[in-house]
Structures are given as structure tokens and as C-alpha cells.
Design a protein around this ligand. Structure first.
Ligand code: MRU
Length: 368
């Protein structure tokens, strides 16, 4: 996708073939800045501090984190330590475990002398696969958008509501929930995106709005509390969100507030789609109740960051001194509220059988 008019991925290998470039997402939307990761500690810190975020990009960064570790020392001890360091960063996105385990298994089978090159090759393949998966999600996810457009009449505009950032910034490229939006734009389907601001970290207001603007997609940022009202007014046609972990029965963990949007969509008979690349599906969990929910620093709730009139970016406190705050970062939307799960293989009903029909190779791994 485009950043400042240039085709860019969110993560790349630098020309030295060893260090890794990322976009520092904590600086957006006010500044487009890139960073160079040189070791596994820096990769872990980038994930923890959310310089990179979004489930697929967390996985891709962790894969390169393993490569950075192997570049310094390809011993068994460092392989194990790197995996432990990366796995401790963020608990909810299953892509992190998926990528670290894929790297660990692949590298453990090789002699140390071959691990470094192999790690970079495997990390690059994980990134390329992510792009291909998301492109396929875009192709499959176009169906409900196209159907809505036809139903509204050719002069109508498809109104989509999204939560958090499940666009290209959350992946290596294309995004998951926004891939069908970008595909629809390419096809000339007129659309408009309602962007939930997504407190407390405002990934909608700062990241989704930024990337939609960069791609020229019409959009409007709304307060998180406005979605239900807009749905009741008939101003939304469908909701499309991402996921950090979808369990084998079709329950979906995503950014806090997703569940409330699904409830409002259900009450308004509105389709609620979740875009889930297969590395975001946790076949080992039979229900969303078992998903670990990340608790983040309460200061993300008590404070807010923004650009001042003089151009500097500052944090300000929005709560009284002494008030306590809690900051659960994700919630679980039960499968019964999800119209369909858009995967790289097609749209599955949000159920055990629906997902297993698209991914029969995992049927044996699914626990009751
Ligand atoms: O806390 P974040 O910004 O990493 O949360 C991101 C989300 O909740 C996304 O919706 C999810 O990772 C899907 S990304 C394609």
C-alpha cells in the first residue's frame, strides 16, 4: 500500500541483509518515521511498545526477531531464549505464538551454522505469505460489499464500519479487514468507511484514518460510542473488523469495543464480518473464554496524546488525580454474533464445522 505516495510494506530487510526496517507506528499520524531493528531485544521492545502492532505484523516482527537473534549467536540456548523473550511481549495475538513456533521448529532442526541464513529466509517467507493471504482475503471479502452495492442500486455507496486498525499497518501489506475495502476501491465500487476512534490508544483515529487517507478512501472518524446510533439511523451497511485470535468454534478476540459493535449490529440486523487469516485462528482452543486478554498500562486510559497548536505532540491527563483506571485491551465476540469469517480460503460460517470445512487439515487439532 502507499505511504506518502510510495508503495511500502510495514516491515522489510534493510540493504545490509541483516537489520530490519519498520514504520514506527507510535509516531503516526503526525509523523511518518522508520526505525531499524538490530537485535532480538529491539524487536521485542518494538512489539511491546506497539511501534509495530496488529496481529499479523506482530507475528512477522517476531519472525525477524528470531532471525536477528540467530545472526548474533545461533546456539540452542539463544534460540530458546529468543523465543521466550518474544513470546513474553503481548499475550492475545496468536500470530505471535504461531510465528515464533514456526521459526523455532524450523531452526531447531538445522545445525547452528545454517540457522542464520535459514532464519532470514523463513522470516521473509512468513512476510510474503502474509501478503498473499491478505490479498486473498480481499478477493473473498469483496462478495458482501459487492452484494450490498448491487442491492443499494448502482448509484448507492457502501457504508462500512470498522474498529481499531486491521488495515495494512496491522499486517505486512493489504490488511485483513481493510483488504476487501481496498479491493472494492480498485474495482470502482463507491464506498465510505466509518472509523471508530478506538480508545484508549486510538488506533482507528490515528492509524486507520491515516492509511485510508493515504489510499484516498473516503472515511469519517467517529467516537466509539457513535456506532450504535449510526446503525439505528441506517447509515451503516455492514461491519468489518479484524481479529487477534479466533478460536476453533468461531469466537473472536479483537480490540476492546468490538463486542459492543457486534451487539449493536445484531440488534440492527446488520452483517458483522470478521477477517481472519489462518495464522490468527487458534485451533487448540474450543472457546473464546480461554483466550488470554492483555491488560495494559492504565495510563493509556487516564491520558491521551495529540498534537498541539504549535505542532508538538504531547500527552495530557483526562481523569481526576487519584481515580483508578482499568485497561483490558481486547474483548471476545461470541460466534453467534458473527455473520461470517473471511479467510484466505473463503467466507466461513462462524462455527466449528464452518471453519473446519475450509481448513480440514486442522479438524483433528480441534478440541471440543
Ligand atoms: O492492540 P493492537 O493495535 O495490536 O490491536 C490490533 C487489533 O485489534 C486488530 O484488529 C487485530 O490485530 C487484527 S489486525 C489485522
Amino acid at each position: 500500500m502507499k505511504a506518502q505516495g510510495r508503495e511500502t510494506r510495514t516491515i522489510w530487510l534493510e540493504p545490509d541483509g541483516r537489520t530490519v526496517g519498520i514504520i514506527d507506528q507510535t509516531r503516526l499520524p503526525h509523523e511518518f518515521a522508520t526505525l531499524r531493528l538490530t537485535d532480538v531485544a529491539a524487536a521485542a521492545q518494538a512489539i511491546k511498545s506497539m511501534q509495530v502492532r496488529g496481529a499479523p505484523l506482530i507475528g512477522a516482527t517476531a519472525a525477524y526477531g528470531m532471525a536477528l537473534a540467530m545472526n548474533r549467536d545461533a546456539s540452542d540456548a539463544v534460540l530458546a531464549d529468543a523465543a521466550t523473550t518474544l513470546l513474553a511481549t503481548r499475550p492475545t495475538a496468536i500470530n505471535l505464538h504461531w510465528a515464533v513456533e514456526a521459526m523455532r521448529r524450523h531452526l531447531a532442526a538445522l545445525p547452528p551454522g545454517r540457522r542464520s541464513d535459514a532464519a532470514y529466509e523463513r522470516a521473509a517467507a512468513i512476510c510474503d505469505d502474509d501478503v498473499a493471504i491478505n490479498r486473498a482475503i480481499g478477493e473473498h471479502g469483496i462478495a458482501p460489499i459487492y452484494a450490498t452495492w448491487r442491492k443499494k442500486g448502482e448509484r448507492g455507496k457502501v457504508e462500512i464500519l470498522t474498529h481499531c486498525n486491521a488495515g495494512w499497518l496491522a499486517t505486512v501489506d493489504w490488511g485483513t479487514a481493510l483488504a476487501p475495502v481496498y479491493r472494492a476501491q480498485q474495482m470502482g465500487i463507491p464506498l465510505h468507511v466509518w472509523v471508530d476512534e478506538t480508545r484508549p490508544r486510538n488506533q482507528g483515529a490515528s492509524l486507520t484514518a491515516w492509511e485510508l487517507r493515504e489510499q484516498g478512501v473516503p472515511h469519517t472518524v467517529i467516537a466509539d460510542n457513535a456506532g450504535g446510533h449510526l446503525m439505528r439511523q441506517g447509515k451503516v451497511d455492514l461491519c468489518l473488523v479484524g481479529t487477534d485470535r479466533t478460536t476453533a468454534n468461531g469466537d473472536v478476540a479483537n480490540k476492546i469495543g468490538t463486542y459492543l459493535k457486534a451487539l449493536a449490529a445484531c440488534d440492527n440486523n446488520m452483517p458483522f464480518y470478521v477477517a481472519a487469516p489462518s495464522p490468527s485462528i487458534d485451533w487448540s482452543l474450543g472457546s473464546g473464554d480461554a483466550i488470554p486478554i492483555e491488560e495494559r498500562d492504565p495510563r493509556e486510559v487516564t491520558e491521551i496524546a495529540g498534537r498541539l497548536a504549535d505542532g508538538t505532540v504531547a500527552r495530557v491527563q483526562v481523569t481526576p488525580d487519584g481515580s483508578q483506571a482499568a485497561n483490558p485491551a481486547f474483548d471476545v465476540t461470541p460466534a453467534r454474533l458473527v455473520t461470517g469469517i473471511v479467510t484466505e480460503r473463503g467466507i466461513a460460517p462462524a462455527s466449528r464445522d464452518g471453519l473446519a470445512a475450509l481448513f480440514p487439515e486442522f479438524r483433528a487439532a480441534v478440541r471440543a
